[in-house]
Write a protein that binds this ligand. Structure first.
Ligand code: C2O
Ligand code: CU
Length: 488
C-alpha cells in the first residue's frame, strides 16, 4: 500500500512532464489524445484514485505452493455434437481443453508444448500476469514454433473464472478448439454444494460435418465475425445437466465463441450473478439480460428449490430474435440440504460517478476500411495492427496509461457492428454509454460496444508492461482491430 502511495505521488508530480512525453512519443495518433493540463480532470482523477484504493491487490501473495500442469496443443479427433468424430485442434486432446484449478496464492506453472503445424502462444485471458507471461507474440514473447516448449509461470493476484487461448491466428486456432478454463479459487472457497463450468461456443460446420475451413471470410469481416450453425455448452448441443433438489451451485459461464454474443435467460431459476470477468461483484445482481460477449465470464449462484424434484429448467438464449435452447437442468435424486451462506461480495468496488466532464486520456475510434489480406480491415483510430508484423503495427508505438493512476478510456464505435473491447493486464469499470452514466457493481475486462455507441470506462492499471487492447471478435482482431497500451 505504502509503495503504491509513493508511486502515485511520484506519478502525480511528474504529471505534466508525463503528458509532454506522452504527446511527443505518440505523434502518430495525436488526434486521439485528450491530455489537457487545464481541464478539471486532475482533482477528479485524484478523487477517483482515492475511491479505488484497495479495490484489488497491487501484488500477488504467493503461498509457496506451485501447481504444475502439462498442456499440449495438437490436432485431435473428438466425438462432438451427434457423436460423429470431429477433427479439431485441442489442448490435451479434449474440447473444451482442461479446466486448470488452483487456489489464490498458489503459483501456476504450465509446461506448454506445441504439436500443431503452426506457431502459437497461450494467453491467460483476464489474469493479471507479469507482462512476459501474457502470451502475446512479437510483444511479450516469440511465437512458440511447432515442436517447441514454453513454460508459463505466474501467481494470480485475483481469484475467479479465467480462460486461456492462443493469441496468434486466434480466429482459426480458437475456432478449431483451442481454449480452456482457469479457475482460481478463493483462499477459502464458499461451501457450494457443487461447482459447474459452462463453456459456451458455436461452430461453423460444412455439409460434411467438418469445421468449415474458410477463415476470416469477407462475410465474417463485414459482420460480427464468424457465427456458427451449431451451438454448444461444453461441446454438447442442447446439453442437459442434472441437479438435485436443494442443491446450491456455483455456475461459471465462459463465452469462447469467435463472434457470437450470448444472453442466457435464467429467469425460471433462482439464479443470481455474483462475478463478472472473474472478479466478484459488490452485490448479487439479476443475470437476465446480461450480454455475455466473446471473452466475458459470468458466475452465478443457483439454488434448486427442495420441491423441484422431477422438474426441468430450460436456459434459453435471447441475444438474437431467434430464441433457442442453450441447455437445461433435470432435477432429480435425493434432496440435498441447501447450504446457507450469504452470496459472495467484494468489500469494495469504487463508485466512480460524476466523471462525465473528465476528458478521456485515451480514445479509440472503432471503424473499418477496405484493404489488407482479407479485403476488409478493422481499425482503431484508423490504424491496423497484426501480430505477423510485430510491434504495434501502424500505430507505430503503444498508447500510454500511467501506472496506479485513474484514467478514463473511451471507445467510440463509428461502425454499425458489435465490438467487445478487451484490455489485457487490467480491469475497468463501465462509466457511461452514450454519455448516460451506467453503474455496474463489478469490474470487467471486456465490454460490448454496440453499433454507433460511445462507451467510457474508468481504469487504474496496477501492472506495468505492454498490454493488448483489442476487439474480442477474433476476425475483427485478426484483420487489424488491435493495439498496445503501455502502462508505466
Ligand atoms: Cu482473450 Cu487478447 O484475448
Ligand atoms: Cu470488433
Amino acid at each position: 500500500m505504502d509503495r503504491r502511495r509513493k508511486r502515485s505521488a511520484a506519478a502525480g508530480r511528474a504529471a505534466s512532464i508525463l503528458a509532454g512525453v506522452f504527446l511527443a512519443a505518440h505523434a502518430a495518433h495525436a488526434e486521439s489524445l485528450h491530455v489537457d493540463d487545464a481541464h478539471p480532470g486532475p482533482t477528479i482523477e485524484a478523487a477517483m484514485l482515492r475511491e479505488f484504493d484497495g479495490a484489488y491487490p497491487t501484488e500477488a501473495s504467493p503461498s509457496g505452493v506451485v501447481r504444475e500442469f502439462a498442456l499440449t496443443a495438437a490436432p485431435s479427433v473428438v466425438p462432438l455434437f451427434d457423436g460423429r468424430p470431429l477433427e479439431v485442434w485441442a489442448y490435451n486432446g479434449q474440447v473444451p481443453g482442461p479446466t486448470l484449478r488452483i487456489r489464490l496464492g498458489e503459483t501456476l506453472r504450465v509446461k506448454f508444448t506445441n504439436r500443431l503445424a503452426h506457431p502459437t502462444t497461450v494467453h491467460w485471458h483476464g489474469v493479471r500476469v507479469p507482462n512476459g507471461m501474457d502470451g502475446v507474440p512479437g510483444v511479450t514473447q516469440p511465437p512458440v514454433r511447432p515442436g517447441e516448449t514454453f513454460v508459463y509461470e505466474f501467481t494470480p493476484k485475483d481469484a475467479g473464472t479465467f480462460w486461456f487461448h492462443p493469441h496468434l491466428r486466434a480466429s482459426e486456432q480458437v475456432e478449431r478448439g483451442l481454449f480452456g478454463v482457469l479457475i482460481v479459487e478463493d483462499a477459502k472457497p464458499l461451501p457450494y454444494s457443487r461447482e459447474m463450468v459452462w463453456v459456451l461456443d458455436d461452430w461453423l460446420l460444412g455439409k460434411d460435418g467438418a469445421i468449415s475451413p474458410q477463415f476470416n471470410t469477407r462475410h465474417d469481416l463485414a459482420h460480427d465475425g464468424r457465427w456458427g450453425n451449431v451451438i454448444t455448452v461444453n461441446g454438447d448441443e442442447q446439453a442437459t445437466f442434472t441437479a438435485r433438489p436443494g442443491e446450491r451451485i456455483r455456475l461459471r459461464l465462459v463465452n469462447v465463441a469467435n463472434g457470437r454474443v450470448f444472453a442466457p435467460d435464467f429467469s425460471g431459476l433462482d439464479a443470481k450473478a455474483i462475478a463478472v470477468d472473474g472478479m466478484s461483484s459488490a452485490k448479487p445482481f439479476d443475470p437476465n439480460g446480461f450480454e455475455l460477449a466473446p471473452g466475458n465470464r459470468l458466475d452465478l449462484d443457483v439454488t434448486f428449490p427442495e420441491a423441484s424434484g422431477g422438474k426441468q429448467f430450460v436456459v434459453s438464449d435471447r441475444f438474437t430474435r431467434s430464441v433457442f435452447r442453450l441447455a437445461s437442468f433435470d432435477v432429480r435424486g435425493a434432496t440435498a440440504q441447501a447450504p446457507a451462506f450469504p452470496a459472495p461480495a467484494t468489500a469494495h468496488i469504487p463508485d466512480w460517478t460524476g466523471t462525465e466532464t473528465v476528458p478521456p486520456r485515451l480514445e479509440f475510434k472503432l471503424n473499418a476500411r477496405r484493404g489488407g489480406p482479407f479485403g476488409i480491415q478493422w481499425t482503431l483510430n484508423g490504424l491496423a495492427m497484426d501480430h505477423d508484423h510485430g510491434g504495434a503495427g501502424e500505430h507505430g508505438a503503444p498508447y500510454t496509461l500511467p501506472l496506479a493512476r485513474w484514467s478514463k478510456v473511451r471507445f467510440t464505435n463509428e461502425s454499425s457492428r458489435l465490438h467487445p473491447m478487451h484490455l489485457h493486464g487490467m480491469f475497468f469499470k463501465l462509466l457511461s454509454r452514450n454519455g448516460r452514466p451506467v453503474s455496474e457493481p463489478h469490474w470487467r475486462d471486456t465490454v460490448l460496444v454496440h453499433a454507433r455507441e460511445t462507451v467510457d470506462v474508468g481504469v487504474v492499471p496496477e501492472d506495468e508492461g505492454r498490454w493488448m487492447a483489442h476487439c474480442h471478435i477474433l476476425e475483427h482482431a485478426e484483420s487489424g482491430m488491435m493495439t498496445l497500451i503501455e502502462v508505466r
